[in-house]
Design a protein around this ligand. Structure first.
Ligand code: KIV
Ligand code: NA
Length: 266
């Protein structure tokens, strides 16, 4: 299977829904890749992989290491790497420096960054210099301290108008796609209709051009998740069951059995 391209993703607007999941490791990327159009190496790896309380402490080194693993494990999907907090906000030049390092070290096709109108010049700077950019608007987790939490956005008329303006700004600046997170359905619909690039929703209704979820959430790796997560499996329970069975067999000396034992040939 040949790898999809950024223009192929752009051309999906108004056609088939875009399928995106996060991935952080090579093996998971291998398993997800045949079923997805895009794989996102999200800075959600801070919580999911590293047990951090938010995405704020995620570093460029982490994103490059996991990004390279996901590119190595995939053949078909467009791989997008999140730019971590602090690596791009200061200036378009800082963003280019960080993004070019991500592209060079991982081989990914695109980066994603959070923000609206304030980030539009940065999106334009990167896009016009050969770095495809996915935007991220609505609930932007790197701004959790400013937003005061992870609640849904776009509830007031002012917030609705602001996020719609954010979408127009980054689309106008050349973002080839954008993620919209944690917004009321009418805002998701308005944004999807307002911009020419594909809008990928998470907690943003069925009105978008595609969907993304954190893979560990949809696999049921966590006890508690946001309302917008649908669990397609219960891996946490199944992993616990497997560990329990192993522990019992080690303690009862049922494992290893003859099949798992190297015996001398006689
Ligand atoms: O980091 C992440 O996983 C993301 C998705 C939730 C869109 O940004
Ligand atoms: Na993210």
């Amino acid at each position: 299977m040949k790898r999809l391209t950024v223009p192929a993703i752009q051309a999906r607007k108004g056609k088939d829904p875009i399928v995106m999941l996060t991935a952080y490791t090579a093996r998971m990327a291998q398993l997800l890749d045949p079923h997805c159009d895009m794989l996102l190496v999200g800075d959600s790896l801070g919580q999911v992989i590293y047990g951090l309380p938010s995405t704020l402490a995620v570093t460029l080194d982490m994103m490059c290491a996991h990004g390279a693993a996901v590119v190595r494990g995939s053949y078909h999907s467009v791989v997008v790497i999140d730019m971590p907090f602090g690596s791009y906000e200061a200036s378009p030049e800082q963003a280019f420096h960080s993004a070019s390092r991500i592209m060079a070290e991982t081989g990914a096709a695109a980066v994603k960054l959070e923000g609206g109108e304030a980030m539009a010049p940065t999106v334009a700077f990167l896009s016009s210099r050969g770095i495809p950019v996915v935007g991220h608007i609505g609930l932007t987790p790197q701004a959790v301290n400013a937003l005061g939490g992870y609640g849904a956005r776009g509830k007031s008329n002012a917030e609705h108008a602001k996020i719609l303006a954010d979408a127009r700004a980054i689309a106008g600046a050349g973002a080839f796609s954008m993620v919209i997170e944690g917004v009321l359905e009418p805002l998701a619909r308005a944004v999807t209709e307002a911009v020419e690039c594909p809008v990928i929703g998470i907690g943003a209704s069925a009105q978008c051009d595609g969907q993304v979820l954190v893979v560990d959430d949809m696999l049921g790796m966590f006890e508690r998740t946001a309302r917008f997560v649908k669990r397609y499996d219960n891996l946490a329970g199944r992993i616990g069951d497997a560990a329990k069975a192993y522990a019992e067999e080690v303690r009862s000396r049922a494992f290893p059995g003859v099949e798992q034992t190297y015996l001398p040939k006689d």
